[in-house]
Design a protein around this ligand. Structure first.
Ligand code: ADP
Ligand code: MG
Length: 384
C-alpha cells in the first residue's frame, strides 16, 4: 500500500473475482455511494452482473489487469485463489488490500501453518509432505490424520482422511503427488471463526465469535449469539485472530477458523484473506457487516467496532435444495420461508443450481438465541 489515502464515495473500488463474495462487496460499496469494477472471466459471474464495470478477463491477463486499474482507484480480492502475482502486479499501479504477500501465505497451507506457529498460536500437529521420503517418514502420532493439498483446496475438496501409512500413501497418489500437509485428526468439540478488519494504520475491529457447523466439508450453519461458544475460548480466538492479522501486517478483512477441542483447548485451522461465509449473518444482525468493513479498509475509512443487535443463525442454501422434491430442478418455496418473521433471504444470482453449489443463504434473526434457532428450524422445515 502506498499509505493511508482516503477514497471517498464517488470513487471506484475494484475487486478481483466475481463470485458471491464479490457481489456482496459490490452491493455494500454501491450502497455507500462508490462505483465498482469486477474482474472475472465468467460473463455471468454473480458480481460482474451487478457491478458498474465488469472486466471479463483471466486473472493474469495483462490487458484485463490494466483495464481494471483504469477503472478502479483501489482493488481488493474476493477469491482465495486469485494468483498472488496478479495482486502484486496491480499493486504497482493501485492500492491493493489485502497485499499479495499476505494472500500468498493464506493460499498455501504449509506457509499458513508456519505463520500460525510464528505468531505463537497453536495449530494441529502436522507435517509437510512433498515427496516419497516425507510420506514414508511421517510421525506415527499424526495418524489417523487428514491429508490436505497445500494449495487450491476449499469446501473439503483436496482432502482425504487416512488411518494407516498404506492409506496415506494411496491418498497422496490419489491427490496427484501434490505438495500436502498431513494433519492429525483432532477430537473436535466445536468449530468457530472470527472475522477481523484491519486498516492501513493497524487499527483493528472484529465481529463476535461465530460457531460453525460443517456438513461434508462445506459450511452448513453458523450461529452467533452470547454464549454460542464458551467465553474462555471465545476470548482466546479473538486474541489469536488479531495476532495473526498483526503478524501479516494485514490490511482488509480476514477470517480465521478455529477448532475447539474436547479438552477445552483451542487450535487454529486456517484463514481466508477476505470476508467469509461464516460472517454473512453480519449483514442482517450487526450494524456494520463484514462487507462494509471490507469497503472501509479498502477506502481507508475509519473502522468502528460492529455491534450485534440480534441473535443470528445463518443457513447456507446449497444447490441440493433445488432438487429436494424430485429429479427436475425446481425453485424452493421462498414465500413460505419469507413468511417467517426474522427471515432474510440472500440469493447470489447464479444461473443454474448444482449439488454442493452455494446458491445463497438465509439469516434468521431474533431477539434471543432461542427465538433465532426456532425460526431457523421452521425455515429448514419449509425448505424440506
Ligand atoms: P477447507 O479449506 O476445505 O475448508 P479445512 O481444513 O477447513 O478445509 O477442513 C474442512 C473441515 O474438515 C473442517 O471444517 C473440519 O470439520 C474438518 N477437519 C479439518 N481438519 C481437521 C482435523 N485436523 N481434525 C478434525 N477435523 C478436521
Ligand atoms: Mg475451512
Amino acid at each position: 500500500m502506498s499509505g493511508p489515502k482516503v477514497l471517498l464515495p464517488g470513487a471506484t473500488l475494484g475487486v478481483m473475482g466475481g463470485g458471491q463474495l464479490g457481489r456482496m462487496f459490490v452491493h455494500a460499496a454501491q450502497r455507500m455511494g462508490y462505483f465498482t469494477a469486477v474482474l472475472d472471466p465468467d460473463e455471468s459471474s454473480p458480481a460482474g452482473r451487478v457491478s458498474h464495470h465488469h472486466v471479463r478477463a483471466d486473472y493474469l491477463d495483462e490487458i484485463g489487469l490494466a483495464t481494471l486499474c483504469g477503472h478502479a482507484q483501489a482493488i481488493t480480492t474476493e477469491f482465495e485463489n486469485v494468483p498472488a502475482d496478479a495482486l502484486a502486479r496491480l499493486a504497482q499501479h493501485r492500492d491493493v488490500a489485502p497485499g499479495a504477500a499476505a494472500v500468498a501465505i493464506a493460499q498455501d497451507r504449509a506457509l499458513e501453518k508456519a505463520h500460525f506457529v510464528r505468531c505463537g498460536v497453536d495449530c494441529a500437529p502436522h507435517a509437510v509432505v512433498t515427496n516419497e521420503e516425507e510420506v514414508a517418514s511421517v510421525d506415527d502420532d499424526l495418524l489417523p490424520g487428514i491429508l490436505k493439498t497445500a494449495r487450491l483446496g476449499y469446501d473439503g475438496k483436496g482432502q482425504a482422511r487416512v488411518r494407516t501409512r498404506a492409506e496415506l500413501r494411496a491418498a497422496w497418489e490419489q491427490l496427484g503427488r501434490a505438495d500436502c500437509v498431513l494433519e492429525k485428526l483432532l477430537p473436535l468439540a466445536f468449530e468457530c471463526s472470527v472475522v477481523v478488519a484491519r486498516g492501513h494504520d493497524g487499527a483493528m475491529v472484529h465481529l463476535p465469535v461465530q460457531r460453525n457447523l460443517h456438513r461434508e466439508g462445506i459450511l452448513a450453519v453458523t450461529e452467533v449469539h452470547e454464549g454460542c461458544i464458551p467465553d474462555a475460548q471465545a476470548h482466546r480466538a479473538i486474541a489469536a485472530a488479531r495476532r495473526i492479522a498483526d503478524g501479516l501486517d494485514y490490511v482488509g478483512v480476514l477470517c480465521v477458523e478455529f477448532f475447539g477441542l474436547e479438552d477445552g483447548s483451542l487450535v487454529v485451522n486456517e484463514m481466508a484473506p477476505r470476508p467469509h461465509n461464516s460472517g454473512h449473518w453480519s449483514m442482517d444482525a450487526a450494524d456494520v457487516s463484514q462487507f462494509e468493513l471490507q469497503v472501509r479498509t479498502l477506502a481507508g475509512l475509519p473502522l468502528v467496532q460492529p455491534r450485534q443487535h440480534s441473535a443470528a443463525v445463518m443457513l447456507n442454501l446449497l444447490g441440493d435444495l433445488w432438487f429436494a422434491r424430485g429429479a427436475a430442478e425446481a425453485t424452493p418455496d421462498w414465500a413460505g420461508v419469507l413468511a417467517l418473521p426474522g427471515a432474510h433471504l440472500h440469493l447470489y444470482g447464479k444461473l443454474s443450481a448444482r449439488k454442493g453449489r452455494k446458491m445463497g443463504h438465509l439469516t434468521l434473526t431474533g431477539p434471543t438465541p432461542a427465538a433465532a434457532r426456532e425460526t431457523a428450524l421452521a425455515a429448514a422445515r419449509q425448505l424440506g
